[in-house]
Design a protein around this ligand. Structure first.
Ligand code: ACM
Length: 557
């Protein structure tokens, strides 16, 4: 049942592109033979594969296969959302026997010393609501549900120890104020408070693997470039990965010795392709390697950068599609004198030389080197790329066209979110031609800001929008619902603030059934004026019915 029912979910959103149609479920599991093949391949390369059976949360697929493993007795669907599922395993003896049986099979397949029991993101709603689970907690003399999770995981940790294995798990219960089984190695992903949780884990006697989500979750996007790939917020740059505190501040030498490793995460909800995996992993994994293998006193960001071109050349020779966002040129365009444009170029790291052309050709290692802001006439196609001292191309060419539309148009990714929170970057559906769009979206709040827009004389506006299937489960609690003026809702553009005068209303009726992007057009309801105005752009309605994404906004005269 685990590989029949539990291994198939309904295709939602872009899943249909993977299965061939929206009606065809997305399925997959590893056979025993495939697992053995993976373990053999890794062993030949001196790599241990550490399996994780995540308990008691992240288990909805198991409950879909065997509803008696859950608390309510009901059969949920296999989850199609991202984030935290409310379906928890029932922490009773019957579940323990089932999970021990699963772990026995895991131990047969994986020779690894370490086996992870997970323990992260276990929302206790169903446990709290269940008289049986509450009775179980009282019978065990436990004060709360976090202690009950500790008891449940502790039983399974004992089972692994009895079989000569070392249990591993996430740091969540330490964050919740409970303890973890003494035998357990802790993977600390809550780095947000100066690695305090990791230090607490050490002081409670655990060995610790550092994996702070802020810098070592490689599924997170890594630049603010318009062509950055999809991934969760916040940004985790190459520099942030390199600067990860492997030893928590305040640790003594003896405590530092309890840090047994460092780990990156590559959560795959938004990684449908191997190309995306490569983009996310390389070159940040070079930073991870140096964190793990070089002594702290050899840590040197500038030295790392100097050595990186040779590593990127190796990636290129191996055909690895690495991310060049740490070096790629970004364009900052403003109005210059007499209708000309003033363009500043910069890159995330400032490493290497940005070189450019103005005739549309690809920049080469001997093209003009950018040194100061450029003044360029309308009609110019500016192209820029970044080169190392030896001429190696660190970042592929990026293009900026300068014409009468440039300053009146903004890509959605160049707008701020109304919450001022960093946006998620979400894949849109694949168009018939051209690259797949990626949208910068504050999930649950379809609202963007264009501060200080200079829009003298504009009369017309066009928006390119796409509706993204809602699959953001636990993000729903903060969803911002805005009053609709029509059944399908609309995009509204307001001046000065989101409650300011309405500049334009663009009904969404033509876009609700569309696959991919739809262009909405409207004449402005009032003149914008000659000065600069702050703009607020939002979709009305409930984002849980479908999250609107904004590809670009383009004004015209
Ligand atoms: C985790 O990121 N939920 C471990």
């Amino acid at each position: 049942e685990l590989t029949k029912t539990g291994a198939c979910r309904q295709a939602v959103g872009t899943d249909g592109e993977l299965t061939g149609s929206a009606g065809k479920p997305y399925c997959g599991y590893y056979t025993e033979a495939e697992v053995r093949d993976i373990v053999r391949y890794a062993t030949e390369r001196y790599v241990d594969v550490v399996p994780e059976i995540d308990l008691p949360g992240h288990s909805q697929a198991a409950i879909a296969a065997y509803p008696w493993l859950g608390v309510t007795g009901q059969r949920p669907p296999v989850w199609t959302d991202w984030g935290v599922s409310p379906w928890l395993l029932n922490p009773d003896g019957k579940t323990l026997r089932f999970v021990e049986d699963v772990l026995d099979e895991v131990m047969r397949l994986f020779p690894s010393k370490y086996i992870s029991l997970g323990g992260d993101e276990a929302d206790k709603r169903q446990w709290n609501a269940s008289p049986e689970v509450r009775a179980q907690m009282r019978k065990l003399g436990l004060a709360n549900m976090d202690q009950l999770q500790g008891w449940f995981i502790g039983r399974l940790a004992d089972h692994l120890v009895q079989h000569g294995r070392t249990p591993v798990g996430w740091d969540d219960e330490l964050v919740a104020g409970a303890t973890l089984p003494a035998s357990q190695v802790v993977m600390s992903w809550h780095g947000d408070d100066h690695e305090r949780v990791a230090l607490q884990a050490i002081r409670q006697g655990h060995d610790v693997v550092m994996t702070p989500q802020e810098s070592l979750y490689f599924d997170h996007y890594q630049s603010a470039l318009p062509d950055e790939w999809a991934g969760p917020a916040p940004m985790a740059t190459l520099r942030q990965a390199y600067d990860t505190a492997v030893v928590p501040p305040g640790a003594s030498a003896a405590e530092a010795a309890r840090i047994i490793g460092v780990q990156a995460g590559l959560w795959a909800e938004q990684m449908p392709t191997f190309a995306h995996d490569q983009h996310a992993v390389f070159p940040r994994i070079a930073a991870l390697a140096e964190l793990g293998w070089s002594p702290a006193d050899a840590h040197d960001w500038n030295g790392f950068l100097q050595r990186l071109p040779a590593e990127l050349a190796r990636y290129r020779a191996l055909g690895i599609g690495y991310a060049d966002g740490a070096f790629a040129p970004a364009f900052h365009v403003a109005a210059g004198a007499d209708g000309a444009f003033r363009v500043e170029l910069s890159s995330q790291t400032g490493f290497g030389a940005i070189r450019y052309t103005t005739d549309g050709s690809a920049p080469a290692a001997d093209s003009a080197r950018y040194a100061q802001p450029l003044t360029l006439p309308g009609g110019t196609t500016l192209r820029a790329a970044t080169f190392a001292a030896d001429g190696f191309e660190l970042a592929a060419p990026r293009t900026q066209v300068l014409d009468e539309t440039t300053l009146l148009t903004r890509e959605g990714s160049a707008l701020a979110t109304c919450s001022q929170q960093p946006p998620s970057r979400l894949d849109g559906s694949r168009p018939a031609q051209g690259p797949r769009p990626v949208y910068a979206v504050d999930i649950g709040n379809a609202c963007w800001l264009w501060p200080q827009a200079s829009l003298a004389g504009v009369k017309h506006v066009a928006l390119d929008v796409e509706r993204i299937a809602w699959r953001f489960g636990d993000e729903a609690s903060g969803a911002v619902v805005r009053r609709k003026a029509s059944a399908a809702g609309e995009f509204e553009i307001h001046a000065d603030s989101c409650a300011g005068p309405l500049l334009a209303s663009l009904p969404l009726a033509p876009a609700t059934q569309a696959q991919g992007q739809t262009r909405l057009d409207a004449n402005l309801a009032m003149p914008v004026g000659a000065g600069v105005r702050d703009l607020c752009i939002f979709a009305t309605g409930d984002p849980r019915d479908g999250q609107w994404a904004l590809a670009r906004i383009a004004f015209s005269k």
